[in-house]
Write a protein that binds this ligand. Sequence first.
Ligand code: NAP
Length: 274
Amino acid sequence: MEYVNLKGARVPVLGLGTWQLSGAQCADVVRAGLDLGYRHIDTAQAYNNEEEVGVALAGSGVPRDDIFLTTKVWYERIAPNELQRSVDESLTKLRTDHVDLLLIHWPNAKIPLGDSLKALAEVKAQGKARHIGVSNFTVALLKEAVEVHGVDLACDQVEYHPFLSQRPVLDFLRSHEMFLTAYSPIARGEAATHPTLMRIGEAHGKSAVQVTLRWLLDQANVVAIPKASGEKHLKSNFEIFDFKLTDAERAEIDALTGNRRLINPGWAPAWDAA
Ligand code: NAP
């Protein structure tokens, strides 16, 4: 495993996403991931699977301190009292007294950002979250959070893959010693069949998905959380630490990045131009 070390956090660069995993399948996949060596798990209140993630963590035999666990407060629950209450519920479901990273899942224009951030910082001060951050924040929102409200955030979790540039967000995060967690890092499966990624993979005996993950994790301040539903994908997504892309290959993938955004609900902010 490789790590991003920032602001006192030691973040395994490869995590396991759990959106759309539920019930026994979720517990089984998270457990299988931990058995394979995953030490970074991403869940959220909105995924309705914190209990199953908690079951898997508790039954795995892996010491809690060895796992980097992230959850996210749903954007309708980020008013201060509700945020606190929701985090307590999450911790009960996750069977732990703290998460390693607590994120605001989406910005919410109807709730003053400063109030939510203050509540987030209080949760951290209470020891219920080792680090705090945001998700789906644009540069303008990051500036407001970090520069206007002065809150010490570690991370912004955003959609990032070879078909969607995040250059402005990444530049901001790097200049503030923050990291970017790439969600939908394999473009929800689309990367698997992209001809350029497949061709580069063939040169290394690797798949297009493995090339995609390697490309992401070669970038400073970037970690990625691909989701997998079974042993085959879990295992192959983990087999990315034994090869290197050339500078020319990385440049070729850089040139693919465009504006293909896959996650764009009605409550999304006005995104940065790619
Ligand atoms: P993703 O990880 O880019 O893609 C998942 C899809 O790719 C699934 O259909 C999966 O299939 C397939 N896949 C996985 N490994 C593969 C492989 N080696 N070869 C071929 N196909 C493969 O998409 P995502 O689930 O949207 O994003 C990942 C995680 O990011 C989520 O689970 C969640 O934790 C987080 N996320 C956060 C937000 C947010 O708003 N903060 C939004 C979206 C996602 P199988 O399931 O069949 O294995």
